[in-house]
Design a protein around this ligand. Structure first.
Ligand SMILES: NC(=O)C1=CN([C@@H]2O[C@H](COP(=O)(O)OP(=O)(O)OC[C@H]3O[C@@H](n4cnc5c(N)ncnc54)[C@H](O)[C@@H]3O)[C@@H](O)[C@H]2O)C=CC1
Ligand SMILES: CC(C)CC(=O)C(=O)O
Ligand SMILES: [Mg+2]
Length: 360
């Protein structure tokens, strides 16, 4: 199986965290004879500066040709005021949509070594292992029409649209159920069906799909309650399946159960498990350029890539084991720092994972 990987570091801390993930991938490539070939390109603000577009046609073509894509993060305040159609985030949404990456897996797993790093009590989060399955190419981030205008009375006015077709809901529900089948066989579908027509359809279709998965215990929850339950008793969840917007918000929230958003990797998959892999966090402009960002979410995204796109559980497991060993050693970036631990930066953390992987 070929392993042509397109690497898109992006903006802000993107290039910093990606440099560490690439170090780990290159070592894994050697150690496990993966045959990985890396190509680098730009996405987001970096692409806007280089190509005049946040996703150049040639980059999209490279993405189509690649077997998998590794992404850092995009965006930054320097592009906040440009034409909204050219904003870095538009490049990200377009690549997800053009590649048909509708299934976004966001595992929130607490490494036991980080129980004290969470802002929640250790007993609330100990043993946490939940998977948020987020619909990624539909809903309000893509819905048309959307418009901003000035009304006749001079008032500024804008609206977005939240559409879902039954086929879009069905395919993401199937991803959720399939994941539940290989995990704890519990699926919670999160919506706002007490208010939104799109959520009413969502719930109906999830119930229809449920008929094909009699072994999975299904529940439904309104998103506002889910936000509350995630901090009250997060371990009640196994798999959460939800729409694009709700999944975006709930996964940032879930990240804090694991200690930091710097710990949450993700896989965005198409119908054939071709995927783009990226941390759940953004470009963190507030800490960019300082060498202090946590690279572990991106390193763990490499592991997800090897597992889901290339079926290399051996290499994926080894990377996760190396991360765990580094945490055992007490090494911490600022976002996961706790008493008695040793502080390090982005490169220090990446080097430590490389050293641990080398010795496995
Ligand atoms: N997938 C992507 O490329 C995403 C891009 N964005 C973009 O990123 C930019 C910043 O957005 P924010 O809302 O500030 O979200 P963000 O996730 O970039 O940052 C939120 C907070 O988490 C911290 N943080 C994030 N990643 C970290 C890491 N690896 N290590 C340590 N701390 C980390 C940041 O310093 C910040 O305080 C915006 O332009 C936004 O549109 C936001 C989310 C996802
Ligand atoms: C541009 C945003 C939709 C990115 C984001 O926040 C995410 O995917 O988590
Ligand atoms: Mg987000």
């Amino acid at each position: 199986m070929s392993m042509n990987i397109l690497v898109l570091p992006g903006d802000g801390i993107g290039p910093e965290i990606m440099a560490e993930a690439v170090k780990v991938l290159e070592l894994a490539n050697e150690k496990f004879n993966l045959g990985a070939e890396l190509t680098f390109d730009d996405l987001g603000g970096a692409a806007y500066e280089r190509y005049g577009s946040p996703l150049a046609d040639e980059t999209l073509e490279r993405a189509h040709q690649a077997d998998a894509i590794l992404l850092g993060a995009v965006g930054g305040p320097q592009w906040d005021a440009i034409d909204p159609a050219l904003r870095p985030e538009r490049g990200l949404l377009k690549i997800r949509s053009e590649l048909g990456l509708f299934g976004n897996l966001r595992p929130a797993i607490l490494y036991p070594q980080l129980a004290d790093s969470s802002t929640l009590k250790p007993e609330v989060v100990a043993g946490l292992n939940i998977l948020i399955v987020r619909e990624l190419t539909g809903g309000i981030y893509f819905g048309q029409p959307r418009e901003r205008k000035v009304l006749d009375n001079g008032e500024r006015f804008a609206f977005d649209t939240l559409p879902y077709s039954e086929s879009e809901v069905r395919r993401i529900a199937r991803v959720g159920f399939d994941m539940a089948m290989v995990r704890g066989k519990k699926l919670c579908s999160v919506d706002k069906a007490n208010v939104l027509a799109s959520s009413q359809l969502w719930r109906e279709v999830v119930n229809e799909v449920a008929a094909d998965y009699p072994d999975v215990e299904v529940s439904h929850m309104y998103v506002d309650n889910c936000a509350m339950q995630l901090v009250r008793a997060p371990k009640q969840f196994d798999v959460i399946v939800t729409d694009n917007l709700f999944g975006d918000i709930l996964s940032d929230q879930a990240s804090m159960l694991t200690g930091s958003i710097g710990m949450l990797p993700s896989a965005s998959l198409d119908a054939n498990n071709k995927g783009m892999y990226e941390p759940c966090h953004g470009s963190a402009p507030d800490i960019a350029g300082r060498g202090i960002a946590n690279p572990l979410a991106t390193i763990l995204s490499v592991s997800m890539m090897l597992r889901y796109s290339f079926n290399r559980a051996d290499a994926a497991d080894a990377i996760e084991q190396a991360v765990s060993q580094v945490l055992d050693q007490g090494l911490r970036t600022g976002d996961i720092m706790s008493e008695g631990c040793e502080s390090t930066g982005t490169a220090g953390m990446g080097d430590a994972v490389v050293a641990a992987l080398k010795n496995l």
